[in-house]
Structures are given as structure tokens and as C-alpha cells.
Write a protein that binds this ligand. Structure first.
Ligand SMILES: NC(=O)c1ccc[n+]([C@@H]2O[C@H](COP(=O)([O-])OP(=O)(O)OC[C@H]3O[C@@H](n4cnc5c(N)ncnc54)[C@H](O)[C@@H]3O)[C@@H](O)[C@H]2O)c1
Length: 348
């Protein structure tokens, strides 16, 4: 699709769980977008989301939706292990694709998806919404302008609610669930390939995947990174994720040290606190805040940016799909290092 794409972009959305419902609210309110169809094997979710946003197309599967609906773009907000195969199904039909993170669960699958998007000549974007969050974007601009000097270290923590782990602990290694955001940010800020990884993981809950993982990354320019995640934030911690379907805490911090400047971002310090009898609410105001009945923040910016790419047919200059593949390479190295206890070297 070249410049002068459709005046109204017809979008289909697959996956109507915690995050799919947020995308649905954003897409239903974006100007020039028709949320034309939704699908999910959970019939009740399809009925509820379709009724809330007056969506006409309601389907039990991606295949049924794609067979029946002429779509300009498709959003995949499905469980992580489904992404690669579903992405290929969408791209084979030459439909522009937004896929939530991670792009895929293996590097080989990620490469196949990128090649399919190239063949289809349609935009492909992966859900790294922190690139669209104001503080993270401003920090990137400062670093890119050279004000930090050579980077010395980058440290990212993403600890999340213990109560969320049962939903994910048998689904994907936490590196693909939480740390993939920070791997992406560190690669973006370092603007350099990661050349070596050493990682350690722990499994306290005894589900399929570990519930804590720490990784040290070395970059080609000499910068050193730390990416850490665990799923042990207790229920009594201030809640910053407060949606009708999803409730708990993302305790994330990021610090970048250069020879001339250092910068930091702390998610829990948003500035808004509402202490209720049973809950210390610190509602997050930058990622997907709801006000006046619609969702704004980074999620809206990201989805809007992708829709613009669908309209003009160009690749995203903010969230390049090739970067998502680089992130997958680092994620795979972290999993391998944590499994073997040995450093894993990556080709620069
Ligand atoms: N960017 C972020 O900050 C962020 C935050 C949360 C989740 N996510 C991502 O969003 C995606 C979904 O996560 P979630 O937390 O909403 O999970 P979820 O389990 O709450 O929802 C997944 C939904 O997909 C549906 N589904 C299962 N198989 C399907 C199929 N074959 N076709 C269509 N739908 C199917 C399920 O019925 C469910 O409703 C994941 O990739 C996750 O990593 C991203």
C-alpha cells in the first residue's frame, strides 16, 4: 500500500485478554480507524468487547476472521507462543501487522516473520510501547544528541506482581515476557550490538519457567548493561496498573550512565497517589491512562503511529522490526546462559 492508503483503516484484532482489551479501546477511538472485527476462542470475551465498541465482525479464530474480513491491518495480542505462526498467517495475506512483544519465541521464527513481511511489502511493528513513552523517548533524544558522551552503563529493572505469575509462568520465559522491553530499550539507547551475555535465573514458584532472571550484557562500544526481572512484588505494594481486568504493580527502574551525563526513569514515581481504605493506588499516567472514557499515553501513541504507517506504507523509524529481531537474539542468549551457567558470545 503506497501513500494515499485508505481514508478509513479497517483493523482486525486477535486476542481479547488483559492487553487486547486495552488495544481494543484505543483502536475503537482512533480517528480514521474502524475496529472492524475481533476474534478470540473465548466467546464471552468476543461478545463483551464487540458489544462495548460496536464491532460488527465477531469470530472464534484468526483464520475465520481473515477469511471473512477485508482488513488493512491486523493486531495480534495473543499468547506469546502463538505470535510467529499467526504473524505468518496474516502476512501471507499481505495485511499490515502489529504484533505484541515478543516478535516470536525463537530467533529462527523471528527471521522467518521478518522475511515474510519483506515479501508481503507491508508494515510490521512489534509492541515496544516504551519507545513511545515520553520519558523514555526524551532520554533517547538526549543520548542520540551526544550529550551523555560515551555510554558507561545501562541498568534496567522490571519487577512485577507475584499474583500475575500463574498466568504467564507456564507460557513463556520471563525474558520474553518482561525483560524483552528492557533488552529493547538497552539496545536502543546503546545503539550498538550486544556482544556477550551472562545470566542467572531462579525458579521459586516451580512453574515451567523461572520467576527471576538477571543478565549482564556487554556492548560492542564497551558499555555494560544489567537487565533484571522478578515476579515477587507483594499484593500490598502500591498498585500502578489499575484496569477493570488487570490490577497490580510494575516496579521498573532504568538508569543510563555516560561519561558526561547520567539519566534515570522510575515508573512508580508517577506523582499521582490515591490512598484508599484497601488499596494504595499510584495510577500509572504515561503507559495507558484512561480519562474521559478513552485511553491515552504510550499505548495510544504507539497504535496511532502504526496506523499512520499502514496509511503511508512506510516502515516505522521509531520501532524498527529489525530491532525486535536483535532483541530476540539477546533474549535467546540470556536463556541459554542462564541454562548453562556460561557466558554466551554474540556476533557483533
Ligand atoms: N506491551 C506491554 O506492556 C504488554 C503488557 C501485557 C501484555 N502484553 C502482551 O500482550 C499479549 C497478550 O497478553 P495478555 O496479558 O493480554 O494475555 P491474556 O492471557 O490476558 O490474553 C490472551 C488472549 O488471547 C486469546 N487467545 C488464545 N489463543 C488464541 C488464538 N489462537 N487466537 C486468538 N486469540 C487467542 C485468549 O483467549 C485470551 O483472551 C502477549 O504477547 C503479552 O506479552 C504486552
Amino acid at each position: 500500500m503506497g501513500t494515499g492508503g485508505p481514508a478509513t483503516v479497517r483493523v482486525g484484532l486477535a486476542g481479547l485478554g488483559r492487553f487486547g482489551k486495552l488495544h481494543a479501546s484505543v483502536l475503537a477511538a482512533l480517528p480514521g480507524v474502524e475496529l472492524a472485527a475481533v476474534c478470540d476462542p473465548a466467546e464471552s470475551e468476543v461478545a463483551a468487547v464487540a458489544a462495548r465498541h460496536a464491532v460488527k465482525g465477531r469470530y472464534p479464530s484468526l483464520d475465520a476472521m481473515l477469511a471473512a474480513e477485508p482488513l488493512d491491518a491486523c493486531f495480534l495480542v495473543t499468547p506469546e507462543p502463538l505470535h510467529a505462526a499467526q504473524a505468518l498467517t496474516v502476512l501471507e495475506r499481505r495485511i499490515a501487522l502489529f504484533v505484541e512483544k515478543p516478535l516470536a519465541m525463537t530467533v529462527a521464527e523471528g527471521e522467518v516473520v521478518l522475511a515474510a513481511a519483506d515479501r508481503a511489502e507491508v508494515p510490521l511493528q512489534v509492541g515496544f510501547l516504551l519507545r513511545f513513552e515520553t520519558r523514555h523517548a526524551l532520554l533517547k533524544a538526549e543520548i542520540a544528541a551526544g550529550r551523555f558522551g560515551p555510554l558507561v552503563s545501562l541498568r534496567a529493572k522490571r519487577n512485577v506482581s507475584r499474583a500475575w505469575f500463574p498466568a504467564y509462568g507456564d507460557r513463556a520465559h520471563p525474558v520474553y515476557e518482561t525483560s524483552i522491553h528492557d533488552i529493547d530499550l538497552l539496545l536502543w539507547y546503546a545503539a550498538n550490538p550486544c556482544t556477550a551475555v551472562y545470566a542467572v535465573e531462579r525458579n521459586h514458584a516451580r512453574l515451567t519457567y523461572p520467576d527471576a532472571c538477571w543478565a549482564m550484557l556487554q556492548f560492542a562500544n564497551g558499555a555494560v548493561g544489567i537487565v533484571e526481572t522478578s515476579w515477587f512484588v507483594p499484593a500490598g505494594a502500591p498498585a500502578n496498573v489499575i484496569t477493570p481486568d488487570w490490577h497490580g504493580t510494575i516496579d521498573s527502574e532504568l538508569e543510563v550512565v555516560g561519561t558526561d551525563c547520567s539519566g534515570r526513569i522510575r515508573l512508580l514515581d508517577g506523582g499521582l497517589a490515591v490512598w484508599q481504605p484497601e488499596l494504595a493506588a499510584h495510577p500509572e499516567t504515561s503507559l495507558w491512562p484512561e480519562s474521559g472514557g478513552s485511553i491515552g499515553g504510550a499505548l495510544r501513541e504507539q497504535d496511532h503511529h502504526f496506523i499512520d504507517r499502514v496509511r503511508d506504507g512506510s516502515a516505522s523509524l521509531i520501532a524498527d522490526a529489525a530491532d525486535a529481531l536483535s532483541g530476540l537474539r539477546v533474549a535467546a542468549a540470556i536463556v541459554e546462559s542462564a541454562r548453562t551457567g556460561a557466558e554466551v558470545r554474540l556476533a557483533a
